[in-house]
Design a protein around this ligand. Sequence first.
Ligand code: ATP
Ligand code: MG
Length: 368
Amino acid sequence: MAPRPTASILIVDDDGRNLMALQALLEDMGHQLVPAASGGEALRHLLRKEFAAILLDAQMPGMDGFETARLIRQRERLRHTPIIFLTGAYEDSFSMFRGYEAGAVDYLVKPVVPEVLKSKIAVFVELYLNNTRLAGEVAERKLIEEQLRQSEENLRALATHLQSVREEERIGIAREIHDELGQALTGLKMDLTWLVNHLPAAQKPLVKKADSMFDLIDGTIRSVRRIATGLRPEVLDEGGLAAAIRWQALDFQKRTGIRCTVELPPDGLEPDQGRATAVFRIFQEVLTNVARHANATRVDIALKVDRDNLVLEVQDNGKGIVEHLARNSKSLGLLGMRERALLFKGRVEIAGNSGKGTHVKVLIPVSR
Ligand SMILES: Nc1ncnc2c1ncn2[C@@H]1O[C@H](COP(=O)(O)OP(=O)(O)OP(=O)(O)O)[C@@H](O)[C@H]1O
Ligand SMILES: [Mg+2]
């Protein structure tokens, strides 16, 4: 069994016999008893050590109990340490009043009744131990909260890092595919043209073969462009966010047959590359969701700057996202959108209207 927790009790009395008597009386409670023969000595103990309760003689030469209590109460740390005043029977209720005024929480008349004193001490010790335990728990909880917050911060920083590494990689691969393969294919096409020009006109099957090679090369050039653009559309880096949104909407309309309207800010706004990428990737996810889930025939897209926010709004006329999914979807698409916005202290608001469609609003703060 764990040892019973104990506490310290300070006993202050100028009369050595009283001190001994009180110590003898409380000894069997198992707490640490610290005697002090004056108010000054009591204060010195209090500065060094924590006490569950203070037994304080009211009448002492020099600094009396009331003065000692006042000085104790002036210290922030000791403001709530219980003080039990001990006073002679001859003293009147006026001194009792003075005791309470000075910060006493209880009052006992000498000679004290042992059982009364013991039960009072027991209550205060119990209170003290409970408080200590609670304070420990609060401190532990605070520590855990801090650790959680820290780890969330680290995870978010890692996510930011991974996102940007991934985006950088995409840019690099897209460029390489586009430049290297694109140039090689163009070179191939030129060589083939030269070859065809040098073929004897009579060699019909060879000319036919060369024609199909031209088709193959053109198809491959288109594929290379499509793959590179899929990785990272050039327009995002060269034309900026607004141009990329328009391009993506047109491409979406072409692929799905869902009609898109696009409203862009009149004076080309240019967020930094990080924000532009975030908004663009969120937009792509929103469109993918429209194609996959909405059953819509029309999408209205607006990009604008509202006060200090970059705002993208996308309204479809489909079946409308179910409310609990909009609010608290655990699936990765919406979660990823929210996280991307959060990286820039932004947010994503999603609202569904059954049978009427889904509205997605992305807000990203920009400093202008
Ligand atoms: N425009 C929309 N209209 C109707 N429902 C939608 C729309 N967008 C999302 N939803 C609903 O919200 C759910 C969550 O979307 P989310 O993008 O997070 O996941 P997902 O598209 O199912 O999968 P993924 O993780 O591959 O994106 C979808 O499964 C769908 O039911
Ligand atoms: Mg999705």
